[in-house]
Design a protein around this ligand. Structure first.
Ligand SMILES: NC(=O)c1ccc[n+]([C@@H]2O[C@H](COP(=O)([O-])OP(=O)(O)OC[C@H]3O[C@@H](n4cnc5c(N)ncnc54)[C@H](O)[C@@H]3O)[C@@H](O)[C@H]2O)c1
Length: 280
């Protein structure tokens, strides 16, 4: 049976077919073609089946978000399927899942390659969203270094002295990578994505209960409990809560919003900045 006779459908590309990314795609991809990219074939099969059985039109592609060529091939594949009107990047590893070098190469450099590659293929009026993290607010980077980071090409980021000297453990590497995500989106919004008349933003989620978060809870003692208890919301959140905001930022009501970050953390960063929670 042919479910959909429309041709030339717009494309929604998701890099990192995980919990938050899938929740976003479900909200914005009705009547569109979804292209899922992930390093895990098993993930791709499971998620694409779930989406197909929910009525979506899905294709998949193995992508290693650590490799520039693989990401560029993913962007080209998306463009070959139709007008790319939305790109979401959620491919990442958290501090307890990887060593500092891996985190910098995936969460920072890989994200940069993805922002660069989709900056070459986005359709006019399209929008991008990178999932950063509240941790991007936990290790302030001096302004002059941030400007240097924005002037630095993606492949050279990892060798910047500030990054080499400060990414001393996985937690710190993650904080730096996630702050750099904000800067990458700002830079792209003003340059490559602007030239295509497309927008790009980041969301910095707090503690969202996903498989990645379970890895963090398992390895962090009572840190997360204390963080939750000191926050204004006094709870974790679900991927769906992030997806609501993601859909808004990618949609028609947000066409004046680009180059910005939205912190959705239930008040964790406010509690750190006011001293109610002491970061260890
Ligand atoms: N869950 C949280 O509490 C939380 C909070 C803040 C930020 N984040 C960030 O949100 C993003 C999405 O996380 P999630 O919680 O939905 O996790 P998730 O584990 O459900 O999704 C991450 C996806 O990235 C994929 N991936 C990992 N390495 C890859 C690679 N080399 N190439 C391609 N794909 C790869 C994984 O297979 C997985 O599908 C991550 O960047 C994470 O750092 C998560």
């Amino acid at each position: 049976m042919i479910f959909d006779r429309n041709e030339g459908k717009n494309v929604v590309a998701l890099l990192g077919a995980g919990s938050m990314g899938t929740a976003i795609v479900r909200r914005i991809a009705a009547g569109k073609k979804i292209l899922l990219g992930d390093i895990s074939a098993q993930n791709l099969e499971r998620v694409s089946n779930e989406l197909r059985y929910s009525g979506y039109d899905v294709e998949t592609c193995i992508v290693n978000a650590l490799e520039k060529e693989s990401i560029e091939a993913f962007a080209q594949k998306a463009a070959s399927l139709g007008e790319v009107t939305a790109f979401i990047d959620t491919a990442g590893a958290s501090p307890n899942q990887a060593q500092p070098e891996h985190i910098l190469r995936l969460d920072m450099v890989g994200t940069g390659y993805a922002v660069d590659a989709f900056g070459q293929v986005m359709a006019k009026g399209g929008a991008g969203l990178v999932i950063s993290s509240q941790t991007g607010y936990m290790f302030p980077i001096p302004n002059e270094i941030e400007l240097e980071i924005m002037r630095t090409p993606t492949e050279a980021l990892i060798d910047l002295p500030f990054i080499r000297e400060n990414a001393v453990n996985s937690g710190r590497a993650y904080m730096i990578a996630k702050r750099v995500n904000h800067l990458q989106a700002q830079k792209a919004a003003a340059t490559t994505w602007r030239e295509r008349r497309a927008r790009i933003n980041t969301i910095s989620p707090g503690i969202i209960v996903t498989p990645l978060a379970y890895d963090e809870f398992a390895a962090s003692g009572d840190n997360y409990q204390k963080m939750i208890d000191a926050s204004a919301a006094m709870r974790t959140a679900s991927s769906d809560e992030i997806a609501e905001v993601g859909a808004f930022l990618l949609g028609e009501h947000a066409t004046f919003i680009t180059g910005t970050d939205l912190l959705i953390d239930g008040g964790v960063i406010a509690s750190i900045r006011t001293g109610a929670y002491k970061l260890r």
